[in-house]
Design a protein around this ligand. Structure first.
Ligand code: JCH
Length: 247
């Protein structure tokens, strides 16, 4: 996969992709990151990227001309993929969207700044995407989050140790994890995990995941495919004043 980023802060993209799994993926050629400085597409001496908003109001707007040149340049005859625009007004970024994007040959991410981008640039954009309902200062951090989420899904990027097998089938929150020592600061690892009894361990993990999801993200349960036994646990949990420990 080729990922092109257009930004006025190209230096922001240096360190996040120079470590760990993502660095390894770059070195193995599983993806190529190309960062373009939007100011290189300015034709004026002072390389100005912003201007006052028509209609007035606070803040500045990104000028359309450099953005158009950059995106027309990247959308050349060999372009095969999507142009993404991070914005708080976009469709939500989800794991399902990350999976869809990970099947494409190329992604172009345009990072707006200031109050946003001249609306006419959206004619060269395939998707406007929001990373969540909070306001950031620009599109760079959303771009980095999307790149990280997509690249780890590319074939061969995760080793067998970090594999994707377990995560895809369950929309529930993760069960709690423990490693050595078995007792630390007076806190014990749950007995069942030391038992070597894999069926019981799987049941315990599933129950913990259900509990956490009930307590923290009840909205996710609507999409979850639960077994009859799990549905039953859910009903009992509701009858016990939302406390699963008593079930
Ligand atoms: C961005 C801004 C609109 C402030 C400028 C470019 C994306 N999920 C998510 N949160 N924030 C962003 C994002 C992405 C690109 C830009 N800003 C600042 C934009 C505003 O309207 C309320 C306010 C924010």
């Amino acid at each position: 996969m080729i990922i092109d980023v257009v930004t006025i802060f190209p230096g922001m993209f240096d360190s996040p992709f120079a470590e760990s799994i993502i660095l390894r993926a770059r070195e193995k050629g599983q993806f190529q990151l190309r960062v373009h400085d939007l100011r290189d597409y300015c034709h004026d001496r002072h390389r100005v990227v912003d201007d006052y908003p028509y209609g007035g109001g606070a803040g500045m707007v990104m000028r359309p001309e450099p953005a158009f040149r950059a995106l027309q340049d990247l959308r050349d005859s060999s372009f095969s993929g999507e142009v993404l625009l991070p914005t708080p007004a976009g469709e939500p970024f989800t794991q399902v969207l990350a999976e869809k994007l990970s099947t494409l040959e190329q992604l172009v991410i345009f990072c707006p700044h200031y109050e946003g981008l001249d609306e006419r640039v959206s004619t060269l954009v395939d998707r406007e995407i929001s990373l969540g309902d909070y306001v950031l200062t620009g599109g760079e951090l959303p771009a980095m989050v999307m790149i990280d989420a997509v690249v780890r899904l590319l074939p061969g990027v995760l080793g067998s140790a970090e594999s994707l097998d377990e995560e895809s089938f369950s929309p529930l929150l993760e069960y709690p994890h423990y490693t050595r020592p078995a007792e630390f600061a007076g806190l014990k690892v749950p007995e069942v995990l030391l038992s070597g009894h894999h069926a019981r361990i799987n049941d315990w993990r599933r129950l913990q995941a259900l509990k956490r999801t009930f307590e923290r993200r009840p909205d996710l349960l609507a999409q979850a495919e639960l077994t009859a036994q799990e549905e039953d646990l859910l009903v009992q949990w509701r009858q016990h004043d939302n406390k699963l420990d008593e079930v």
